[in-house]
Design a protein around this ligand. Sequence first.
Ligand SMILES: NC(=O)c1ccc[n+]([C@@H]2O[C@H](COP(=O)([O-])OP(=O)(O)OC[C@H]3O[C@@H](n4cnc5c(N)ncnc54)[C@H](OP(=O)(O)O)[C@@H]3O)[C@@H](O)[C@H]2O)c1
Length: 286
Amino acid sequence: MPQRKLGSTGIIIGEIGMGGMPLSVNGRPSEEDGIRTVHAALEQGITLFDTADSYCLNSTEVGHNERLLAKALHDRPEAIIATKGGHIRPEGRWETDGRPEYLRQACEDSLRALGVEAITLYQFHRPDPKVPFAESVGAVADLQREGKIVHAGLSNVSVAQLEEARGILTVASVQNRMNVFDQSSMDVLKRCEEHGIAFLPYSPLNGMGNAGGIGSNETLSRIAGRHGASPQQIAIAWLLQLSPVVLPIPGASKAANIVNCAGAANLKLSAEDVAELNGIAAQITA
Ligand SMILES: NC(=O)c1ccc[n+]([C@@H]2O[C@H](COP(=O)([O-])OP(=O)(O)OC[C@H]3O[C@@H](n4cnc5c(N)ncnc54)[C@H](OP(=O)(O)O)[C@@H]3O)[C@@H](O)[C@H]2O)c1
């Protein structure tokens, strides 16, 4: 697989990563099958694995996905596990906690779950409306100064929040939702490109539960036909062609699905393909 820089970190990784969420939330596979999927990704040259402490069923098993990835990748030094903190899962709900004292505890728990002394990329998962953003980011900066994290990233942020955070720490990556159907973070991507910050589009296939059906979009299906590719591969190839700072992280629980996604790295979309794909989001919101 071709490789890309992870922003300005100096880390070189396969240009398509993998999201670990489907391995640990509702509908997840057995641990054995999950590990098989992770190994299938590695065989394709995927070396970035995205996780979060909150990828689990509920608060009784926080760190489920981190432990699973750590187990699958413990003897693969080329693999980078990027995790996040800032979401909690009381009774399975998704809530935010961006208090500095909570983020410190979450990071220390993630260090234990991953079995490492420092987390290569730690991302603040989502701004918490109950806590000033600068206080949450300041906590991440403290963790970095203490050597608990190597690089710091953000997720679910606006351009204004990205700029505010840049005044507090060096932002290595931003992870926002982005796919052909949802192009609302294009301004954030552009700002990342200007600053050499990696942009990790999440839900690149429109999210769990929607991904299998994206071929029902006529434009995606027609372009897939033109290339002899799957619509999912076209959706990922479009993201890759947006900018050299983009590193898509499709989620998968099935090995065949992540292998199919990896094939997107070999596709070259024409200017006409890209123009048509750019238009999909506007058609939906029109
Ligand atoms: N920062 C955030 O707030 C945030 C939010 C959501 C997600 N994320 C991250 O982003 C990652 C990806 O997002 P996502 O999981 O929400 O959505 P997604 O990547 O758009 O879709 C995931 C689903 O796509 C299916 N799939 C994968 N490859 C396929 C293929 N080639 N053909 C058909 N179906 C395919 C998988 O099905 P199977 O499971 O059946 O293989 C999986 O359930 C997550 O895993 C997580 O790491 C971050």
